[in-house]
Structure formats: C-alpha cells, structure tokens
Design a protein around this ligand. Structure first.
Ligand code: ADP
Length: 397
C-alpha cells in the first residue's frame, strides 16, 4: 500500500502562551511512500517526526493537506479504521496480561464481522509471535521478558491485525546497544517478509541509514532531503543534511573563494573553481569571490607530505578496522577533526603536523545560507601525488 502525503501541515498553538505565533510542527510535507518500502523518518528532536507519524495513523489531525492510503483519502478517518499498526518507544504492554493476551488484545477489540473466531484469533496471535520469534514465550508476563523481547511483543501486537501500514516511533531507543543492532535487523527482516509499507521514526542516523529503503531528513518541520541512504550521504543538498549523516561526522572548515581559488586558512586547496548551475541554463562559470563552508568526509583525506591541507597532528587512533587521524586546522572551529585513513598511510606520520591530499568527491562546498555549491576545480600545481586534475563535487569519480 503506497502512502501519499500531500502538502501536510500541522500547527500547534504555542505552548508559551505569551507567544502568539503558532508552532509549525510539520510544514508542507509532500511525498509518496512507495508500496512495500521501509522509510526512515530522520531528524533531531523536535523536527516533527512524531507529529508526521501521528498524522499518518490518525492520532493527530493535519491543519491542512491530505493523506491517502493507496487511492483512499484517509485524512478524516479515525485511527481504528485506518488499518495501521503502531509501535512506540515504550513498549506499552499490559503488565497483568500474558504475552499471548497482549498480542490478542487488538483482535478482541474488533467489533461485528471484523472480529475473527476464537480459533482464528489464536492462530493469528501464534503466527505473529512466530514472525517475531517469541512463540516460546507466549505464556509469560511482560515482566519476565528482556527489553528486546518486550519490544518484539509490541511488534507482534501491531502486526496481528495484518495492518496496511506499520508505524514505528523510536522503537529501539529503550534497548541497549547490542539489542538495538539485533532488533533493527529483525525489524528489517519482518518488514521484508510481510511486505507491509513501514515508516520508522528515529533521531539516530546510523539506525535509519542501515535499515531504510529511503530516508527523509527533516529539520524544524521542513523536509530537507529524501532519497536512498547512500545517495543522500554522497549527495547532501545542504550543510544540515551533510552534518546530520555520517559517523564520524563530516569535518567542517571555513573557506573562501578569491579569484577562482579556494583557500582554507592559508592553504590553497583548489584552483580554477567553477560553479555548476543546474537547469536549462546549466553550465560552469568561474566561482565568484565569497565565504564558503567546506565539508570534508572523514574518508576524504589521504596523508600525503605534498598534500595542500596542512594540519596539526593530535593523535593516531586505531579502533577495530578503522584508523583515525585526529587533527586540528586553523580554518576549523572544531576542537578536533577526524580523518579515517588506510593503515598503510599512517606509517609515515611523524612529528606534530600532517599534510593531506583530498579525495575530490568527498569535498563539499556550501554557501553561507547552507545551500550546496556544485563545482569543478583543479588541484593546485605541484600539490598532491598527481591525483585527478579536474574535480567535481557533483559526482563520484
Ligand atoms: P520529534 O518527533 O521530531 O521530536 P515532534 O513531532 O514531537 O518532534 O514535535 C515537533 C514540534 O512540535 C516541536 O517543536 C514540539 O514542541 C511541537 N509540538 C508537538 N506537539 C505539540 C503540542 N501538542 N502542542 C504544542 N506544540 C507541540
């Protein structure tokens, strides 16, 4: 079942009564969620994720805009008639009921023809329990289960009515790190097996990136970018998205373009910088003088004594399969920056400074308003180990 969100907006009166202006929790959200996909709704706390989810399930009414399940306009439909299954951060199980009774609960609440026979109900509950692999725990009480098992019961309870849409609001937040990993894989498996269109809300970008077919990145009620996780990571539309995705996070520097040259502090990074404009009049023209933010992914640095970026070396850390070079640079406001490099490249690292060459497709430029600048450029003559001369911030090379 596809879900269509059409210009969805939700305003609340401000909680601070002295402020007359409404809070716009979700602002003009339009998106068609394809049938059978898992969508990760991602953003910092307060960006409107839960409000969006609550509008899809019917707990909140949009101030304007429409919601369709398939071709059905469900905007005015009460939650119980929408055919949605919902799982919350708190498992919200009934403590005095057994696992079986908890899972049966939504079926027992059905009225009239919709209510299956006793045997059918039992069968459905057992099927749902099997799907989430808790069928051996059906006679226990919630207090006799681990957090992960309780969350599985909550998922089984959401699935027992075979909903058209499954909505998960931060379902893993109460679990410890290992269980979180395991349960997120489980959710992915269950979603694939059932093919139910699923919306998964989280503030944890790694979680969303790892299980979603598509991610929606939100900030203060406004959708910033929608796409496949890897595509959004590689092609962030703005500085917010670039900073929000990735661990370790993208390294951010102050840069300036002067006479077609990009400088970070004293370091000349690129020459012949050209801005690419999109659309009908697309083309590349010499970049105007301006202050820019330079974002460089941790995997975009190559230690290279002839490299153009000269940094102060703080530490080399080996953690599992990653080797991090921790450094500072005068153009970066951060206390420390992090490059993830190949262990072969660190042998030569000595002393208190390190120079880097940069991988072109890992270097992003942003305007002062955060908007991404698409560009081409050339490495400065005599710098770097003769890497590609013509660069593009737009494509993988
Ligand atoms: P998230 O789930 O991303 O943390 P929410 O959807 O819960 O964000 O909230 C989005 C914004 O709407 C926040 O600024 C929040 O304070 C505000 N908000 C949410 N619910 C209400 C409400 N009932 N009354 C007033 N403001 C609300």
């Amino acid at each position: 079942m596809k879900i269509v969100l059409q210009n969805l907006t939700k305003r609340y009166p401000n909680r601070n009564r002295k402020i007359k202006q409404d809070v716009i929790a979700v602002n003009d959200f339009t998106f068609e969620i394809p049938d059978g996909k898992l969508i990760g709704l991602l953003g910092p706390s307060g960006c409107g994720k839960s409000t969006t989810l609550n509008m899809i399930c019917g707990l909140e009414k949009p101030s304007s805009g429409k919601i369709f399940f398939g071709e059905d306009d469900v905007t005015e439909l009460p939650p119980e008639n929408r055919g949605v299954g919902m799982v919350f951060q708190s498992y919200a199980l009934y403590p005095h009921l057994t696992v079986r009774q908890n899972i049966l609960f939504p079926l027992e609440n059905l009225k009239g023809d919709a209510r299956p026979s006793r045997e059918e109900m039992q069968k459905k509950a057992e099927e749902a329990a099997r799907l989430v692999q808790i069928d051996m725990l059906l006679d226990r009480k919630p207090s006799e289960l681990s957090g992960g098992q309780q969350q599985r019961v909550a998922i089984a309870r959401a699935l027992v009515k075979m909903p058209r849409v499954l909505l998960l609001d931060e379902p893993l937040s109460n679990l410890d790190a290992r269980l979180r990993l395991q349960t997120r894989e489980e959710i992915r498996r269950i979603q694939r097996e059932t093919g139910i269109t699923t919306v998964f809300v989280t503030h944890d970008q790694e979680e969303a990136m790892s299980i979603s077919d598509l991610i929606v990145v939100m900030e203060t009620g406004v959708v910033q970018q929608i796409g496949k996780p890897q595509e959004v990571y590689e092609n962030p539309r703005n500085l917010f998205v670039a900073k929000f995705l990735g661990t370790p996070p993208i390294n951010v520097f102050e840069g300036r373009i002067r006479g077609g040259k990009l400088y970070m502090g004293e370091d000349l990074i690129y020459e012949n910088v050209k801005e690419i404009s999109e659309g009908k009049n697309g083309g590349a023209s010499s970049a105007t003088d301006q202050t820019v933010t330079v974002g460089i992914r941790p995997e975009g640095f190559i230690p290279d004594e002839n490299g153009p970026l000269c940094c102060r070396l703080n530490a080399v850390e080996v953690m599992g399969r990653d080797t991090s070079v921790v450094f500072t640079h005068p153009a970066s406001p951060a206390k420390e920056n992090r490059a993830i490099v190949s262990s072969d490249d660190i042998r030569e690292l000595q002393g208190s400074t390190v120079n880097f060459s940069l991988k072109p497709h890992k270097v992003y430029l942003f305007r002062e308003n955060g908007e991404r600048i698409l560009y081409t450029a050339e490495a400065p003559a005599g710098k770097g180990k003769g890497r590609e001369a013509v660069l593009s911030g737009t494509e993988k090379q």
